[in-house]
Design a protein around this ligand. Structure first.
Ligand SMILES: [Zn+2]
Length: 501
């Protein structure tokens, strides 16, 4: 499509204010050149596409996911909290070769595209440590899928046993020495791998960009966090971390640092506009104000927060403090599906559990804005997330004959609250059609499926022993973390009569 013009005629186009109107859209070199009244004149050589009976929306943008999770679908037990999940996480990515890393990212990209997501921020972990080859394999999968992505190695220099003081002592003696003996890759080794990744980025940054993902503050020493921040500044790339995702993290952070996790990061000089915080649930007002003042962005992941019982992020409070918030799905093994329509709807619905002050609720339009323009800012892409001249032609075409659009009165509300991705008819990214009429045009999904099943059997067998011991430890870790007390926002809530105070 490069160098050629395409005009899309007859579609109902959703604008940045959430209004849908019949408009024609002219695209050149993958970008939107003009949006105007139906039938506006274009040169004869323009390719013409019909969008009759379609609602055209900007592609949804996932502000937080992990491509390594796709190959692990179905491997996470039902009732598993965050720390229980993390205890088994090491086992889940062991024994993977470069082909597996590519495959997992391709599976992840295929799911996102099918569900109307055209760009994502991916924190990708490798066992035993990050590598340029591994991150390149992930980036290649996004390139082949035709998606935009920010790809960050997810890194740490502490194991969960070193991250959570007191945890080892809470384990039975026979497990203690085994867990104490585990170690993350040495700091210098990991930071030099990151330097290698950032200095030798071979992908077109209009599409795929690098970043760094020091995974969880408690899992990173001060020296490690500072090293990541220095590298990010040197190479002008974003940083993303999982911040105060669980009550245990917040409580242990307070005990470990004598201040909140946000206070600790601030003291290290780690808070900046370069940083985005995934989850950001267990924060107090002071934390939120500091994040707002320092320009930190937030990736809100309602599906994963519910699946792992992590809690409810105080999004309205964040917005009132000027924080840019995007919406993410988290990985397909922590929310069982990378459905940005679902995450967007939940972002709105969850904002309503605080009470009847309806002005404080996130409207359908608010949630959609977060899942498009908010997420775009988390990724650091300037010109995605909106259908307007000058923006990339990342467009999702929804069928308007789907039940929730009939009769059609309020396209935005009917889409945000009713759509589950099943109406996605066509997906265009940078002016290129990557999905149409049920078929992904960039990747061979039948082949991916066959490879995924084979890889799952091979990896499950190779990791069986590690999985089994991780499962035993995970239950103990869950019990330990459940006992960590901390007040703040989020679930659980106690139902009492008003008269009981
Ligand atoms: Zn995550």
């Amino acid at each position: 499509m490069t160098g050629r013009r395409t005009v899309i005629r007859g579609g109902l186009v959703l604008d940045a204010e959430g209004r849908a109107s019949l408009r024609d859209v002219l695209i050149e070199d993958g970008r939107i050149l003009a949006i105007d009244s139906p039938g506006f004149e274009v040169s004869d050589d323009a390719n013409v596409l019909s969008a009759a009976d379609r609602l055209m929306i900007p592609g949804l943008i996932s502000a937080h996911t992990h491509s390594h999770g796709a190959l692990n679908r179905g491997a996470v037990d039902d009732k598993v909290s965050l720390e229980m999940f993390l205890t088994g996480a090491g086992a889940s990515t062991r024994s993977r070769g470069l082909d597996d890393k590519y495959l997992s990212a391709a599976l992840s990209a295929a799911e996102m595209i099918r569900k109307g997501c055209t760009a994502c921020f991916d924190l990708s972990v490798e066992f035993p440590q990050a590598s340029r080859e591994g991150i390149s394999a992930v980036a290649r999968a996004y390139r082949d899928a035709g998606m935009r992505a920010v790809v960050a190695p997810m890194i740490a220099d502490r194991t969960i046993y070193q991250a959570l003081p007191g945890l080892l002592d809470a384990l039975p003696v026979e497990l203690r020495s085994q867990c104490a003996g585990l170690a993350a890759a040495p700091i210098e080794q990991t930071l030099s791998a990151c330097q290698d990744i950032l200095a030798n980025w071979e992908f077109d940054r209009r599409w795929i960009r690098p970043a760094l993902g020091p995974t969880i503050p408690l899992h990173c020493s001060d020296e490690f966090l500072t090293g990541c921040a220095d590298l990010a500044r040197e190479h002008d790339v974003p940083l993303q971390t999982h911040l105060a995702e669980s009550r245990a993290q917040a409580a242990i952070g307070l005990a470990r640092y004598g201040k909140s996790l946000v206070g600790h990061l601030e003291q290290l000089g780690f808070l900046s506009e370069r940083l985005s915080a995934a989850h950001a649930i267990w924060l107090d007002d002071d934390d939120i104000a500091r994040l707002g003042q320092s320009g930190v962005r937030v990736a809100h992941n309602p599906s994963s927060n519910l699946r792992l019982g992590s809690g409810v992020a105080p999004v309205r409070n964040m917005l009132e403090n000027g924080i840019v918030v995007g919406v993410g799905t988290d990985a397909s093994n922590t929310s069982d599906g990378q459905n940005m329509f679902e995450a967007t709807r939940l972002a709105s619905y969850l904002s309503r559990i605080d009470g009847f002050a309806t002005d404080a609720w996130l409207s359908a339009g608010d949630a959609f804005h977060l899942a498009t323009e908010g997420s775009a800012k988390v990724l650091g892409f300037e010109k995605i997330g909106r259908l307007a001249p000058g923006y990339e032609a990342d467009i999702v075409f929804l069928r308007l004959d789907s039940p929730h659009f009939v009769p059609l009165r309020a396209p935005l509300i009917q889409m945000v609250f009713g759509e589950n991705g099943a109406s996605v008819r066509t997906v265009m990214i940078g002016g290129r059609i990557v999905f149409h009429d049920g078929k992904l045009l960039t990747l061979d999904e039948r082949l991916l499926r066959r490879q995924a099943q084979q890889a799952a059997s091979r990896l499950d067998q190779a990791n069986a022993e590690t999985y089994a011991s991780a499962a035993t430890v995970a239950r103990l870790v869950g019990t330990f973390c459940a006992a960590q007390g901390c007040t703040g926002h989020a679930l659980p809530r106690k139902l009492t009569l008003a008269s009981e105070g």
